[in-house]
Ligand binder design. Structure first.
Ligand code: ITT
Length: 193
């Protein structure tokens, strides 16, 4: 099945390609001549995932999907949440975001957090949403150099290391995105049966 993944994030692309496996020919907006930033201006992950997939569908008419992800920290009332990419600065500055998160959590009673991914899939012109969640906590300092974004600070429940310390397959097996993509794959497989 040919499908466009509406993302400009190369880390996400690699993760999703690994989970999708054979049977899917994934392409990116750039390969369809779409080089501008895909707008994400909505107040929720659901809204942003939907805005991104509709943007690509409107331009290409092709089956496509988008993921929007947020880190929701209990002691910060769910922040950075939908603002995860631009938590510390206007750009996608992972190091600055992680520094700010550690500062905000100094002295906090709870370091509980979760990653939540929402995928909006448009297939044959119809939209379907899938969610993936992983619960965990924010470490006291950064560890590991794998993954991206907040991975050096996020310790999933049941593990004693951060996402950034894991092999890519290990993160994918339990992560928010891995879980959401698994639901998307199951949906598409059932559809073609
Ligand atoms: P696209 O919109 O182009 O797909 P993006 O980087 O803007 O890429 P999101 O809005 O979904 O993606 O993600 C917001 C931020 O959340 C992202 O910039 C990272 O800082 C963080 N993030 C997302 N997924 C993550 C993951 O699996 N591990 C760690 N941090 C993640």
């Amino acid at each position: 099945m040919k499908i466009i993944f509406a993302t400009n994030n190369s880390h996400k692309l690699a993760e999703v390609e690994a989970v999708l496996g054979e049977g899917f020919a994934l392409s990116t907006p750039r390969e369809h001549g779409i080089t501008e930033e895909i707008p994400e201006e909505q107040p929720t992950l659901e809204g942003n995932a939907s805005q991104k997939s509709h943007y690509i569908y409107a331009r290409t008419g092709c089956d496509c999907f988008a993921d929007d992800t947020g880190l929701e920290v209990e002691a910060l009332n769910g922040a950075p949440g939908v603002h995860s990419a631009r938590y510390a600065t206007d750009g996608h500055d992972f190091a600055a975001n992680n520094r700010r998160l550690l500062e905000e959590l100094q002295g906090a009673a709870s370091r509980r957090a979760r990653f939540r991914t929402v995928i909006s899939l448009i297939v044959d012109g119809e939209e379907h949403l899938f969610e993936g969640v992983v619960e965990g906590h924010i470490a006291l300092g950064e560890a590991g150099c794998g993954g991206f974004g907040y991975d050096p600070l996020f310790v999933p429940d049941g593990c004693d290391c951060t996402f950034a310390e894991m092999a890519a397959e290990q993160k994918n097996a339990i992560s928010h995105r891995g879980r959401a993509v698994a639901k998307l794959v199951e949906f598409l497989h059932n559809r073609v049966k």
